[in-house]
Design a protein around this ligand. Structure first.
Ligand SMILES: Cc1ncc(COP(=O)(O)O)c(C=O)c1O
Length: 357
């Protein structure tokens, strides 16, 4: 097993990413990955696949996808030089941490939060500074500030709305953290379209240490096509572009993203529907005896029951309902996460859960 000695110890200690449960098949009530339950409309699928029949598939796309960046620029109202697109925002997370983290570099991450940040920091041999969320799972702004002053992390990661908890940090608190530290502040806004809070984008003008991450995987129904982007001041973007994998955005996915930004009214209607369904799920779960449901500012929510989460997860799965078991995260014992699906999916989930409880 000599070859294993060549693998970094920090990598050997990691686990391979896996999503527990079943892969998607028709009939499965899939509420485990915070996806949009509605697919890209057929009319758009047809239009773009026909267009792509005529395009050469043997040629590289552009190193960085100019048409997509131009479309994003008018969509987010920010200069092209302040935007980087990637193959999903996961790729850009790695890009940012590749540019900032080496052996021993500290990265402050409130906990619990999106697992991939901690994993990527470890891949680059950095050190995670973990700050526990408040008991009600809201963001501990003062604790973050205190810890950052002491530990001096290179990067502070704020996922807002946060996964898996569903709660957000206010723009004022993000500004406090920017003003009170000298760290690069990465705000992951993967779920911002479902939030009642404002994006932190207005802070970009004043703060050259702010990076915002967004994705087309959630509100824009494009999880399978992989498009994400980041916003930062141009000078920071030009540094972040250096370690970035070239050609990672494929031409087809870029075209779909452009088309969906042009047809934003379709997306907006879906967002409103999903937010209402989430409220319905919240109210129904709150009415179930023995269920504690946490407030959510996004398209999913977490709830705690008396039962062991893994067992309840398996029982739901046996009934063809897949949710996420988040009970291995700190503070989330006996807790499951569920995203808002279609009306029928939510109804089915609630009926099966009620029966099992
Ligand atoms: C907080 C957060 N950021 C990013 C992502 C991943 O986004 P993408 O599909 O753009 O890589 C997810 C997906 O679950 C997420 O929960």
């Amino acid at each position: 097993m000599n070859y294993l000695k060549k693998i970094k110890p920090s990598v050997r200690a990691l686990e391979t990413y896996a999503v527990k449960g079943k892969t998607f098949q028709p009939g499965l009530i899939k509420l485990n990955q915070n996806e949009n339950p509605f697919d890209v409309p057929d009319e758009i699928k047809r239009e773009l696949t026909e267009e792509f029949l005529k395009r050469p598939w043997n040629r590289y796309p552009e190193v960085f996808p100019v048409d997509l960046l131009v479309a994003l620029s008018s969509y987010v109202r920010q200069d092209v030089e302040g935007i980087i697109a990637g193959n999903g925002s996961n790729e850009l997370m790695y890009t940012i941490l590749m540019a900032t983290v080496s052996k021993g570099t500290k990265v402050l991450i409130p906990s619990p939060s999106f697992f991939l940040y901690e994993k990527a920091v470890k891949v680059f041999d950095g050190e995670v500074v973990s700050v526990k969320m408040n008991d009600d799972l809201s963001f501990p702004t003062e604790k973050i500030l205190r810890s950052a002053r002491k530990e001096k992390p290179a990067v502070i990661v704020l996922v807002s709305p946060n996964s898996p908890t569903g709660q957000s940090i206010s723009i004022d608190d993000v500004e406090k953290i920017l003003d009170g530290t000298s760290s690069l502040v990465l705000v992951d806004e993967a779920y911002i379209e479902f939030s009642e809070r404002r994006s932190v984008q207005p802070l970009l003008e004043k703060h050259d240490r702010l990076v915002i991450l967004r994705t087309f995987s959630k509100a824009f129904s494009m999880a399978g096509l992989r498009i994400g982007y980041l916003l930062a001041q141009p000078a920071l973007c030009s540094e972040l572009l250096k370690p970035k994998i070239p050609f990672s955005v494929n031409a087809f996915s870029a075209s779909v993203a452009i088309k969906l930004m042009q047809r934003k009214e379709i997306i907006d209607e879906r967002i409103t529907f999903i937010k209402n369904q989430k409220k319905h799920l919240f109210n129904m779960l709150r009415s179930f005896e023995g269920v504690e449901v946490f407030p959510s500012d996004t398209n999913f929510l977490i709830f705690r029951t008396r039962y062991e989460a893994g067992t309840l997860f398996q029982r739901l799965l046996q009934r063809n309902v897949i949710v996420r078991d988040v009970s291995s995260y700190p503070m989330l014992e006996r807790t499951l996460r569920v995203n808002a699906g279609t009306e029928q999916e939510n109804k089915a989930f609630l009926a099966v859960l009620q029966e099992l409880l």
